[in-house]
Write a protein that binds this ligand. Structure first.
Ligand code: SF4
Ligand code: SF4
Length: 224
């Protein structure tokens, strides 16, 4: 899933500074799972903004809405009524950064503000802890590494073995993070595939990653 976190309240207050009537829109997708932008978080954040602005002597009216998803235009259409009816001056999106961009494209004259920092693609480690697992390089090669991703989980993105700097199984760059190459070694050993480590992999082709420019997938079989 896409993992995101709230922008600090101070930053959000600065973003809504010039407005006294806004619409805050959450998303029931990934950001809801990571407790950043679901219905509950919209309610909490809206309340915090109202209280802060009331204390500052400049109350703000905030209408709340949470869409099934903000990363598909058909759900963005649900904003039409609250935007018109509420006469909102700006929208704060609590989706990953795809949401505010879709809203901005749908409402060219309406200011759209991101309420979250979109952080990475990852998963839940334990309650309240999420970690990055994939950087969407566009050409998954984890079959070479026992199913683990050194592109994302090795601080140096080493693809032909470890740097040798790990300490007690943890990365020398990020001491609280396990060295993924130690994990890869253990996995390959368990799979009986340690011979994979003797092969030298060719330099990775990064043209399928964001380095090759914004990417697009076109599925002719699905286009109506
Ligand atoms: S190799 Fe690329 S696609 Fe596969 S997990 Fe790593 S970053 Fe993601
Ligand atoms: S210690 Fe391991 S994870 Fe950290 S940079 Fe070196 S090889 Fe990569």
């Amino acid at each position: 899933m896409i993992v995101a976190e709230h922008k600090p309240l101070k930053e959000l207050l600065a973003l809504v500074e010039g407005f006294d009537r806004i619409l805050m829109v959450g998303c029931k997708g990934c950001v809801s799972v990571c407790n950043a932008g679901g219905q509950k978080e919209v309610a909490i954040l809206a309340a915090a903004l109202r209280i802060a602005r009331k204390r500052a002597g400049r109350p703000i009216a905030i209408e709340e809405l949470t869409l099934d998803r903000q990363c598909e235009p058909e759900f963005i259409e649900w904003l039409e009524e609250p935007v018109k009816k509420g006469g909102c001056q700006a929208v704060v999106s609590l989706a990953c950064s795809i949401g505010p961009q879709y809203i901005a494209e749908a409402y060219p004259t309406l200011p759209v503000l991101p309420g979250l920092n979109t952080t990475f693609m990852g998963g839940t480690v334990t309650h309240g802890v999420w970690a990055e697992y994939c950087s969407s390089c566009g050409n998954c090669g984890i079959a070479n590494f026992g199913g683990l991703c050194p592109v994302t989980r090795c601080a140096k993105q080493l693809l032909n073995g470890p740097c040798g700097g790990s300490v007690d199984g943890f990365c020398e760059i990020s001491p609280e993070t396990p060295c993924v190459w130690e994990l890869i070694y253990e996995r390959l050993k368990n799979l009986g595939q340690l011979d994979r480590l003797e092969a030298i992999l060719a330099p990775k082709d990064w043209s399928t990653s964001l380095s090759g420019g914004p990417r697009k997938i076109v599925r002719e079989d699905l286009i109506l």
